[in-house]
Every structure is written in C-alpha cells, then in structure tokens.
Design a protein around this ligand. Structure first.
Ligand code: HQG
Length: 181
C-alpha cells in the first residue's frame, strides 16, 4: 500500500476508534475494543473499503503504534488518545523518574498557573524521552520541552499508566513537578 494511502486510512481509523465511533455505527466495547469484522464492514459501508491485509499493514506500520489487535486478533482498538468515554483497562505502573512533555510556548503561561491539564483527552500524555516529546510539541510549531518529576509525583500518590505504545498517562501534573517552565 502507498504510504499516503496508509496515512489516510490510519487517520480515518483514529477518528472512529478514538473520537466518533457512532459516526460509522460502531460502539466501543469495554477496553475500547471493536470487532475487526464489524469495523471492516462499517468502513466499507462508509465508502472506505479496507481489506484485512491492509488493516494488518496499517496497524504494523503505524509510526506511533496507535492501534493494537487483541491476542486472538479478532478485535482492534486505539491504544490511547480517546476523547469518547472509554475505560482502557490500563494497569497502574511505576513511571521512569523523569518524563517529558513537548508543548507550544504560547501554552506556557497557562501551564505555569494550572500545571499540565488533560484538555480534551482522558489523560495528560507524557513521553519517555526528549526526542519523542520534541516530536509531539512540534505539531504546534517550535516545541518547548518540560520535564516532569514523575518519581516525586508517584511517591506522592499520583497514579500513572503506560499505554501499549509507550506513552505515559496521568490525570494532571501540578506546576511544582514541572521543570523548564
Ligand atoms: C497543552 C499525539 C494550556 C499541552 C501526540 C498540549 C501525543 C495546556 C495541548 C498525543 C495546559 C493538548 C498527545 C494548560 C496542557 N493550559 N495548555 N493548563 N495543559 N496544555 O493533543 O500532549 O497523533 O491533547 O501541552 O503525538 O500534545 O494523537 O496533547 O499542547 O502522543 O496519536 O494542551 O497526541 O498523538 O494537546 O499530545 P493534546 P499532546 P496522536
């Protein structure tokens, strides 16, 4: 498959597996899962036919491993980034001592005041390394990298989750745990 086509289909899947499942007649099951058969039928009905092989390729080639099949390969979900109410059934985990967050300079005054907020997502998304944080922040122009004292937050009782694709998730990061503000 052409990479432009893969990207187009991947965006279509992100939209419906994270944000608007109902727009193609899907309902996310617990954990955010949908049946692969139902997904492919729903896409075809919307004029976006995807074969099973193409779906495998989209999942495998996705730059951020945004999607995952279940063990049996009969269900698929977005690994994170949902805006619809869904319980991803993630297990709390101990984060690395330091995590990173790439943001836009324009957001800094609000972040200084309120810390990192989840905005329209379910969690604040944190990166395990500076490079990833830079890429996330670069979506909004010149990125500004913040460090997060995850060890101190964890010691103070904050609950962290690691999504299947290495993104660390937390409810909020109060300003006192942020470096680089
Ligand atoms: C900022 C993409 C004002 C925050 C990426 C960010 C990531 C505040 C924006 C994933 C704020 C929210 C997540 C506050 C945070 N005041 N602005 N108090 N607190 N912000 O997209 O972390 O392509 O929801 O810094 O690669 O940028 O979707 O979060 O700039 O992995 O797979 O508000 O999304 O992955 O933006 O990105 P987002 P994010 P996907």
């Amino acid at each position: 498959m052409h990479s432009k086509q893969t990207t187009r289909l991947s965006k279509f899947l992100s939209l419906h597996l994270r944000h608007r499942p109902e727009a193609i007649g899907l309902k996310l099951q617990a954990g955010g899962w949908v049946s692969v058969d139902e997904l492919l039928a729903a896409c075809a009905a919307k004029g976006v036919p995807i074969s099973r092989d193409e779906l495998q390729e989209i999942v495998a080639r996705n730059d951020k491993q945004r999607f995952a099949f279940d063990e049996a390969g009969t269900r698929i979900r977005a690994q994170q980034g949902h805006s619809v109410a869904v319980d991803l059934q993630l297990r709390p985990a101990t984060p690395p001592a330091v995590l990173y967050h790439g943001t836009a300079p324009a957001a800094l005054p609000a972040i200084r005041r309120d810390g990192l907020q989840k905005m329209s997502r379910h969690h604040v998304h944190l990166s395990p390394d500076v490079e990833t944080a830079r890429r996330v922040g670069a979506r909004r122009g010149q990125p500004h990298i913040l460090t997060v004292d995850a060890a101190a937050m964890h010691a103070a009782g904050a609950v962290f989750y690691e999504s299947g694709n290495g993104v660390w998730l937390v409810d909020a990061v109060p300003p006192q745990y942020l470096g680089g503000l």
